[in-house]
Design a protein around this ligand. Structure first.
Ligand SMILES: [Fe+2]
Ligand SMILES: [Fe+2]
Length: 159
């Protein structure tokens, strides 16, 4: 299986985002360890904890986007929704149909997906938050918000 470990390459210098991302990497590693140990019920419990954490992780970033001039429909928020749909389907298949294999596939896919997402979309958001002077703890904006709502993800590679 694909292992994902926290490295400094994943740090985006937005402390709250970095803390959440380290927790994501930890929870994903726990789910992977349970799958590799051949313990499907523990794997399902670990995966559900990862899902709960990811719901709030993505909601937090979606709130920050809305507060800093992104349109409600933007490609970063859409990607979050797509990932949550896949994770929820994996839980449903395990719970309702006792199909465990999709959890392993998802844990692998998430380990491949996360570094790209963090280094492009989340990095773009962190840079944007710094550029407009957004303070997540208070919601205050000390800089200038974009005149037009942003619909792209804000990363350098997204036009
Ligand atoms: Fe993130
Ligand atoms: Fe994100």
């Amino acid at each position: 299986m694909t292992a994902l470990a926290w490295t400094e390459d994943l740090r985006l210098n937005q402390p709250q985002m970095d803390r959440t991302h380290e927790e994501f990497v930890d929870l994903l590693a726990q789910a992977r360890a349970s799958i590799e140990a051949g313990d499907p019920l523990r794997a399902l419990a670990d995966f559900e904890r990862l899902l709960d954490h990811t719901v709030e992780h993505f909601a937090q970033e979606d709130r920050w986007m809305l507060a800093t001039g992104f349109a409600p429909e933007n490609c970063h928020t859409r990607q979050h929704a797509t990932v949550l749909t896949a994770m929820r389907e994996g839980v449903r298949l395990a719970r309702e149909e006792a199909r465990w294999e999709p959890l392993g596939v998802l844990v692998n896919e998430l380990a491949l997906w996360f570094p790209q997402h963090a280094q492009m979309m989340d990095a773009g958001l962190a840079q944007h938050m710094a550029a407009v002077g957004f303070e997540p703890a208070t919601g205050a904006v000390t800089g200038v918000l974009p005149a037009q709502a942003i619909t792209r993800c804000g990363s350098a590679g997204c036009s």
